[in-house]
Write a protein that binds this ligand. Structure first.
Ligand code: F6R
Ligand code: MG
Ligand code: MG
Length: 364
């Protein structure tokens, strides 16, 4: 059976501040998705949240970039934003940058990851959702999952994975894309994806079967809006087992709390902390950045799950480590490298301060 898995997300209002989500927004999301399922547009859905981001996880037979699915998601976000406005939640409608829906949510504010797949006899997938960080945060984990034999022993041991994977990389500034083959082109690949604020891994494909293995959201809110309007808080879908890395190999990169951009005002580097669903409420200095992992088995498009994959004491050490890194970085206060570099702050407060002080700078 060919099905499409779509994850479309937006921050439509925070509770309290940018920390978490009010249950009424989830209820509104549930109401919309339930009626779309009843109408036959969706096969199944799960309404989730990561920090202050509303996540619509949907299965259907309409393919990717389908205007009916995107319209349904957009209208859901709009109505959730109305609920947020009534409760005077913080930043109601924050990510809905466009005024009206125009056929596709891409470029309108929400983030999205979609894949059309032939469902295997057993189809385990993991949906990763992050808060207080940017598109590009998946570069390092995806590289480790699909290219690093120290992370994924299957690359060496499993015949179905031995041919490696190919990476579709997007240049989000110049709107170009390129595909690299792993393992033979990993040095070229790393040259680009090691700079995740510009080059993001959009998708990964099996070179053995040609099947899509992973898809991520690459929308950069600041580039869409031309100014700082909150962080992208990206999502990523990864297929597991068989010709793909095992569930444990897909989760393993997150045992290292990599430094990502985001955190307070989207303007700081901080460790990406994996948490269980319930503990994904970034509060210390609006962070540190979080990631949750929802595991599903697909059954004729039905989403059997989610299993809360980071609800496991074996990630306790990672969380402790992330807290130590976070504490160390916090002591730097407004100094780099805790604060992002000037170049990366060009869409935030820097232009206004520069403009204000322009007259006072003297040549020397
Ligand atoms: C980061 C984030 C928060 C806000 C901060 C200021 O992604 O959402 O750290 O940037 O709380 O929020 P505003 O500017 O809305 O007062
Ligand atoms: Mg927010
Ligand atoms: Mg958020």
């Amino acid at each position: 059976m060919v099905i499409t898995l779509s994850v479309i997300k937006a921050d439509v209002g925070g509770y309290v501040g940018h920390a978490s989500m009010h249950p009424d927004l989830m209820d509104e999301g549930e109401r919309h998705c339930a009626s779309a399922k009843q109408e036959g547009l969706l096969i199944d859905y799960k309404v989730m949240r990561c920090g202050d981001d509303l996540e619509l996880i949907m299965t259907h037979e309409q393919g990717v970039d389908n205007d009916h699915i995107h319209k349904m998601a957009w209208e859901t976000f709009e109505d959730c934003a109305d609920v947020a406005r009534k409760l005077k939640l913080y930043g109601a409608g924050q990510d809905l940058i466009a005024d009206a829906f125009s056929g596709n949510v891409r470029g309108m504010g929400p983030g999205l990851a979609e894949m059309e797949i032939e469902e295997r006899p057993s189809e385990p997938v993991i949906v990763f959702m992050a808060d207080k960080t940017s598109a590009g945060a998946w570069n390092q984990p995806l590289y480790k999952m699909f290219s690093d034999p120290f992370n994924t022993s299957g690359l060496v041991i499993a015949p179905g994975m031995h041919e490696g994977f190919s990476f579709e990389v997007q240049d989000v500034v110049d709107h170009k894309k390129i595909t690299f083959n792993s393992p033979e082109e990993i040095y070229d690949l790393l040259m680009f994806i090691g700079a995740p604020s510009r080059y993001t891994v959009k998708a990964v494909y099996s070179r053995n079967t040609g099947q899509v293995a992973a898809v991520s959201s690459t929308e950069r809110l600041s580039l869409i809006a031309g100014k700082y309007v909150g962080k992208d808080d990206p999502v990523c879908i990864v297929r597991c087992q068989g010709a793909f890395p095992a569930v444990g190999e897909v989760l393993e990169p997150f045992a290292m709390p990599q430094l990502v951009e985001g955190w307070m005002r989207g303007s700081h580097h901080g460790p990406l902390m994996p948490t269980c669903f319930a503990k994904c409420n970034p509060s210390r200095f609006d962070g540190p950045p979080r990631v949750i992992a929802a595991g599903f088995q697909l059954a004729d498009g039905k989403l059997v799950g989610p299993l809360d994959m980071f609800d496991d004491p074996s990630f306790d050490m990672t969380r402790e480590w992330a807290n130590q890194i976070g504490e160390y970085l916090r002591r730097h206060g407004p100094f780099e490298p805790h604060r992002l570099s000037l170049h990366e702050l060009e869409y935030t407060t820097m232009p206004a301060i520069m403009a204000k002080l322009q007259e006072r700078w003297q040549s020397m």
